[in-house]
Design a protein around this ligand. Structure first.
Ligand code: GAL
Length: 826
């Protein structure tokens, strides 16, 4: 009897639970105009935040800042090789805790877009593919290859099941409104012939069969197999029209800046141009837009793709690498989002009419029963315009869009930035002096004599033998020379055709030299003079990987390591002879002993006595360094200065903060003082930091640090450097300034410090830029600096109305709108 009751109540309970969950479920679908949520067409603004490029501790703050910035959704890829580093061995711990990440998004009340891929590109090592996958027999990636399809399906299903189990799809009441399969396959499909089409059809069917209850996306995939939604990626997608008439106009990657390569400069995309691209997209019928990246973050450990992608993946995104607001970008976009959201009904349901106002100026009117919303776009690269639209005049600068939510008043113009610029810098506190200990990479001696882990005839591909478990592979062989050898009595050199991202060569235990790629050509010829002896000569080549290729058709087969031929060349007068040693027996040694012994970890093999404190070497290759330090106080992000070091990897309390390479500087040319926002942006258009290290400062997440007590930094210095200049700092706001337009408000803040003084203020036609403002040919008759000081000094933030009334009227500055330039001190 009791049992019966129990079963009865249990079923009632289950019915109730099912009811609660189905009542919570969100119906996500789409028509040709927009994504619909519970039947309503929506304007959706999303931003990419890749969970492994920050720490779980940082996620809530990043997501809240994204929400505050006006985002509806957070997009992320899923990183296969991070989650399945060895076949069927999974890792979802720490910053790989995907469920926790999605739940953090849910907790903030945002939607999420899950781009499973599992090919992701993303400047991520090998585009997200595990190298063991490549090393499976008969393997071919991204085509109708049974082994590949089986593994891809296995991983995709695993992720979908994890999400389902936690009820994370919108159809289950969760935040995930969209998912993606594959990534930009349309860009490469033609290289795969007929199999390409068969593969993408299979992807669609496979994804569909997983029954997630929300739509699937395929980015850059014209004519995507139905019901997949095709989308656009790029710096601009206003010209894009979906090939499939049932797909809404969606933009999955609006590149907010660009990534960096070692030896490259700092790319910079202006807030004006980024806002322009967004406003153009919505003016031309777009309804979903995602920023790639909204927060770029850091390539910790060895996750950087490549080759040669830097550890910083800042991307010049609206949130900087450390999670600070990148101003004015963040704020300028926030204002745009507010305005666009206020127009949601007319943009998604309104009738559209386009009016040509001449001179490449076009207005678009969206009309519903309730009213109209308008855009006026000026695509001229230099000609500002004063346009008459529906009886009123509007000043629409070149390469800008004005947004008029009621078609009567300009609420926003993409080129009129009324958000402060914050220039971040390192704090000015005297850094702690570190006491270093060191030891050499113990492997060296036996290695230089040629003893390894495996032997093969000829040269092997690096990733085929290392499975990419390490950056390092030694190639070692012996060459016997006697006096009768035709090479003898000649000037000899060692010649190596190489794809090694970095190559170090030793002959008979002596260092001969190194080489790496400087301008993007990935195979090169190394040649250096060598002295050989009678008898056996040991040739040891250390091949170093700096991130595996992540893009292009068949990128997985790109050669890595020393491709060969390797030869000894003898010169005598005009006559040259070459002795090819590629087909010799080669010994291979995978990885370095210091890594194997975990010298970067507390659990390292061997004891501390082996670290020497005396005679700290500088400029010494293959050397380990270690020091203790105190964590900088406070909450500001921590960075470490690696100026003085060569190239290598760094760990904080055993956690890798990535590869470093401060000696790799960019070329001196191609930088400008200021970036003109006008005209089409490309990744090379605006560069900063010419002739400087591509990356000097490295992010040390707060969660890697012990707040009190000691912390340990370990370095593996591959090329030789001087650690005595290494120091820890925090990132703080240095300069704050603004150039706000009349009839607008501008908010000033030093983040969590009070504003201490006003350095400069002028209302009229001020000149110069942040840090170098000067009074123009006219300015208001009231003391602008005094007015700003009165409203701001001593406060955490202040909002100033930029008006003639406040700063002085009756001015004719010869410009359509006056501006307030101001610089404050924090
Ligand atoms: C796209 C790709 C992204 C990323 C981007 C450049 O083609 O889909 O994953 O690599 O380029 O940052």
């Amino acid at each position: 009897m009791k049992m019966k009751h129990f079963t009865y109540f249990l079923s009632l309970f289950l019915i109730l639970i099912t009811f609660i969950f189905s009542a919570n479920s969100t119906i996500v679908s789409h028509d040709d105009r927009a994504i619909t949520i519970n039947g309503q067409r929506r304007i959706l603004i999303s931003g990419s935040v890749h969970y492994p490029r920050s720490t779980a501790d940082m996620w809530p703050d990043l997501i809240n800042k994204a929400k505050d910035g006006g985002l509806d959704a957070i997009e992320t890829y899923v990183f296969w090789n991070a989650h399945e580093p060895e076949r069927r061995q999974y890792d979802f711990s720490g910053n790989l805790d995907l469920v926790r990440f999605i739940k953090t998004i849910q907790g903030a009340g945002l939607y999420s877009v899950l781009r499973i891929g599992p090919y992701v590109c993303a400047e991520w090592n090998y585009g997200g593919f595990p190298v063991w996958l490549h090393n499976m027999p008969n393997m071919k990636f991204r085509t109708v290859n049974p082994s590949f399809m089986n593994e891809m399906q296995n991983f995709t299903t695993k992720i979908v099941e994890m999400m389902k189990q936690e009820k994370l799809f919108a159809s289950q009441g969760g935040p995930i409104i969209l998912a993606q399969i594959e990534n930009e396959y349309g860009n490469v499909i033609s290289s795969y012939g007929a199999e390409g089409k068969a593969y993408i059809d299979w992807c669609a069917n496979m994804a569909n069969s997983l029954d997630i209850g929300v739509p699937w996306l395929m980015c850059q995939q014209p004519n995507a197999p139905q019901p997949m939604i095709e989308t656009c990626n790029g710096f601009y997608c206003d010209q894009y029209e979906p090939t499939n008439s049932s797909s809404p106009k969606m933009w999955t990657e609006n590149w907010t800046g660009w990534f960096k390569n070692w030896g490259g400069k700092h790319p910079y995309r202006t807030a004006e141009d980024l806002a322009y691209s967004v406003a153009r997209f919505f003016q031309t019928g777009g309804t979903f837009q995602n920023y790639y990246m909204y927060h770029g973050g850091t390539n910790f450990g060895r996750v950087a793709g490549g080759p040669y992608i830097t550890t910083s993946y800042d991307y010049h995104a609206p949130l900087d690498e450390f999670g600070n607001l990148n101003q004015p970008k963040w704020g300028h976009l926030k204002q745009l989002h507010t305005v666009l959201k206020s127009m949601e009904k007319s943009l998604t349901y309104g009738n559209i009419s386009r009016i040509d106002l001449g001179n490449s100026i076009k207005a678009t009117v969206y009309t519903t029963n309730e009213g109209s919303s308008c855009f006026i776009g000026n695509v001229n690269e230099t000609a500002d315009a004063l346009v008459n639209f529906q009886g009123k005049n509007y000043n629409v600068p070149a390469w800008s869009v004005s947004v008029l939510p009621d078609c009567k008043k300009e609420a926003y113009n993409t080129a009129k930035v009324n958000t402060q610029t914050s220039i971040m810098t390192e704090d000015s506190k005297k850094p702690e002096e570190l006491e270093w200990t060191w030891r050499s990479e113990a492997a060296q001696k036996p290695i230089l004599k040629g003893s390894g882990d495996l032997i093969a005839k000829g040269l092997v591909d690096q990733k085929d033998v290392t499975n990419d478990a390490t950056d390092y592979l030694w190639y070692m062989t012996r060459v016997h020379l006697d006096k009768k050898d035709p090479l003898w009595s000649r000037n000899m050199s060692l010649r190596v055709h190489s794809n090694a991202h970095v190559l170090h060569a030793y002959v008979n235990g002596k260092y001969v030299g190194n080489q790496f790629v400087k301008n993007g050509k990935f195979d090169y010829r190394f040649e250096k003079k060598v002295n050989l002896v009678h008898g056996n000569n040991h040739i040891s080549l250390l091949s170093v990987s700096v991130g595996l290729q992540n893009y292009g058709p068949f990128f997985e087969n790109g050669p890595t390591g020393i491709k060969g031929p390797v030869s000894l060349v003898g010169y005598k007068g005009e006559e040259t002879i070459e002795k090819d040693i590629s087909e010799h027996q080669w010994d291979y040694k995978i990885g370095l002993n210091g890594y194997k012994n975990k010298l970067f970890s507390k659990k390292s093999v061997g004891h501390d006595l082996k670290w020497a404190a005396e005679k700290l070497p500088t400029g010494r290759m293959l050397t380990w360094y270690k020091a203790k330090f105190k964590a900088p106080l406070g909450k500001d992000p921590v960075i470490v200065d690696f100026n003085g070091l060569g190239k290598g990897e760094a760990w904080i309390n055993g956690k890798s903060i990535g590869r470093y390479w401060p000696t790799f500087t960019s070329s001196d040319d191609g930088c400008k003082d200021e970036c003109d926002y006008r005209g089409t942006y490309g990744s090379d258009k605006c560069n900063f930091m010419c002739g400087k290290p591509t990356q000097r400062w490295y992010h040390v997440p707060r969660s890697f640090l012990n707040k009190s007590g000691h912390n340990t930094i370990t370095l593996f210095e591959e090329m030789g450097g001087n650690p005595s200049m290494v120091n820890f700092k925090t990132v703080v706001i240095g300069t704050v300034c603004a150039r706000a337009h009349e009839h607008n408000k501008v908010e000033l803040s030093c983040h969590d410090r009070p504003i201490s003084a006003v350095k400069f203020a002028s209302f009229g036609n001020p000149v110069g830029h942040c840090g170098s403002f000067a009074v123009g040919t006219c300015q208001g008759d009231k003391d602008a600096a005094k007015t700003v000081a009165k409203e701001c000094v001593g406060k955490l933030n202040c909002t100033i109305n930029v008006s003639s009334h406040k700063f002085g009227s009756a001015l004719d500055c010869g410009v359509p709108e006056k501006k307030l330039a101001v610089e404050i001190e924090c």
